[in-house]
Design a protein around this ligand. Structure first.
Ligand code: ADP
Ligand code: MG
Length: 394
């Protein structure tokens, strides 16, 4: 889904109040009745509030909806995007929005700039994009309200991802630095790297393979299993390690340069994409663990024709190692930072149902969680490199 920022700078303070009122109202109403919007925004009926409602509806931030008993409005994904961006802007985390660099099944990724001009990544979670028709309607927390459920689930996914990125980063696992989380979005460090998927050759696959397996084991030491540890979710950064370094040690599809295997550049893997992460105590932990290991083995065999001499590691080996290492349990530590067990259960249930349904529908990646594509081109997108085209969000 595109992020059309062109209305951001035109909205008035009243418009923002009304938009916030629709968001607040939708916690209890599938369709928020117009009088409630007016009441929640503390604006007098008949004044600017009707104008605000019409401005927001024209910009597709809210959508007029009739239900059986009354007319009202519901918040759209665009509306939620605006509220979230508005907060990142006010908190001086984001200054402007650039190009879209990724479209997953359940997220959109953009490059954004901080007020000091630093490039960052904005990840917008879009759970529910697939189809809620496939989700069983008997969950009490959804109360059959679809709009509330996609908002709630997307927020949960963002909160989970942000919380785990924080604890992982603090524990020395290489992940992008998370800067902020608001509603269904996260702002994080931009890693200038190619996904492993795009790397065609590496000088020493055994080294990289060992590092990735070590990463899986380290996660397990901390009580965690990534659950989608594949070539899309591992970014490979090249770092110079020697002064004579020039040329590339890994060649991506995009690179035209000759390959230089001097070893002057080191390949550093970064792990991303955490909404599906599970605890080692999860009922299916072994299956998730084995799948993560298998994904890497299969990819290295196919892409680099590399097979490790060592079998496994198995889940049992990983658990034994964790016992010896006595590492902190990050699955437990994440809870006090706001991501509760109840939330974990709700999101997991959603992911299991939607994940399976979507796999049947699409099946476009090894685990059904990923898809990357080239940025979509459209009139509304901004060329980040052209300063005149930037849309300051003020
Ligand atoms: P999804 O859930 O849609 O798979 P990801 O978090 O895996 O979302 O991101 C999708 C793609 O966006 C990645 O494969 C990667 O190419 C790019 N991407 C995501 N986060 C970053 C980041 N911090 N730095 C650089 N690229 C990123
Ligand atoms: Mg991904």
């Amino acid at each position: 889904m595109k992020l059309d920022t062109k209305h951001l700078r035109y909205l008035t303070a009243e418009d923002w109040r009304v938009l916030t009122a629709v968001e607040v109202g939708s916690k209890n109403h599938e369709v928020v009745p117009t009088p409630l919007i007016l009441q929640l925004s503390s604006l007098r009926s008949g004044s600017g509030s009707h104008k605000s409602i019409s401005t927001l509806a024209k910009a597709n931030l809210i959508a007029r909806t009739k239900n059986a008993k009354y007319d009202g409005y519901r918040l759209t994904y665009g509306g939620l995007d605006y509220l979230s961006l508005h907060t990142h802007l006010k908190q001086k985390v984001v200054y402007s929005v650039g190009n879209q660099i990724g479209t997953g099944k359940e997220s959109d990724i953009f490059v954004v700039a901080s007020p000091s001009g630093k490039q960052q990544v904005l990840k917008i979670h879009r759970l529910g994009r697939i189809s809620f028709r496939t989700v069983k309607a008997n969950r009490d927390y959804l109360r059959h309200r679809q709009s509330a459920s996609w908002m709630y689930m997307s927020r949960l996914a963002a909160l989970k991802e942000y919380t785990f990125m924080r604890v992982l980063r603090d524990s020395g696992i290489r992940v992008p630095e998370p800067f902020a989380c608001n509603r269904h979005t996260i702002v994080m460090e931009l890693i200038e790297a190619f996904p492993l998927r795009q790397i065609k050759e590496v000088p020493d696959p055994s080294n990289l393979y060992a590092e990735l397996i070590e990463m899986i084991l380290k996660l397990a030491d901390f009580g965690l299993i990534h659950g989608d540890f594949n070539e899309f979710n591992i970014l490979i950064k090249e770092e110079e390690t020697a002064s004579d370094g020039h040329g590339k040690s890994a060649s991506s599809g995009a690179s035209q340069e000759p390959k230089d295997v001097s070893g002057a550049l080191k390949l550093i893997p970064y792990l991303i994409d955490f909404p599906q992460m599970v605890s080692v105590d999860h009922a299916n932990a072994q299956m998730y663990f084995d799948r993560d290991v298998e994904c890497i083995k299969t990819f290295f065999q196919r892409r680099f024709h590399f097979t490790s001499d060592e079998p496994g590691p198995s889940f049992t080996q990983a658990r034994k190692r964790a016992e010896l290492n006595c590492a902190r349990r990050l699955d437990v530590e994440a809870e006090p930072s706001g991501y509760s067990k109840k939330m974990a259960k709700e999101l997991e249930k959603y992911m299991a149902e939607i994940g399976n349904a979507a796999d049947d529908d699409q099946g476009h990646s090894s685990t059904g969680h990923d898809n990357i594509s080239a940025p979509e081109s459209s009139d509304t997108e901004v060329d980040y490199d052209s300063p005149g085209a930037l849309l300051p969000m003020t």
